[in-house]
Design a protein around this ligand. Sequence first.
Ligand SMILES: [Zn+2]
Length: 192
Amino acid sequence: MEGRLNSDQALKKLMDGNKRYISSRSTHPNQTRERRIELKNGQNPFAVILGCSDSRVPPEVIFDQGLGDLFVVRVAGNITGGNVLASIEYAVTHLDISLVVVLGHSDCGAIKSCASNAHFEGNLHDLVSKLEPALEKARKMPGDLINNAAKINAKMVAEILSSSVPSGRVDTEALKVVAAYYDLDNGNVEFL
Ligand SMILES: [Zn+2]
């Protein structure tokens, strides 16, 4: 297994993988039987991805990574909350990961639901309402409301994570939290 990557190395590895993916040159690394066996006694992922549950945005595919590479938390609208935060804290403190990426995407159904002002109840209402602050900011901007809100939401969640992960870990040396945006049209991940 490779040693721990720092946040810049981890970011580059993700960007390189995304470049391969968008140019149809994915190498599908670390997806062999050997890799599975290598990981039997433990994992050493190099990045945390907090992404949307949307089936069109699977992190291992769009970053061209494999088994044991990414610690992935997925929830509609890539929002945060108790269990999400706990999962990320675990990854940062126990798996010693130095990069957290909050990955929003274009045409996000969760954000569209929030923007539609449709009536939701219970858990769905709780989830959708968490996207309202980003939409509120996006309404003051020119351009596509939904996609702007997705970018703003990713940045807001990244800010929350920056201040919520265990103190002392968020600095340029140890841990970087970055927001990113995936474009469904061309597969490109833009780091915001
Ligand atoms: Zn989504």
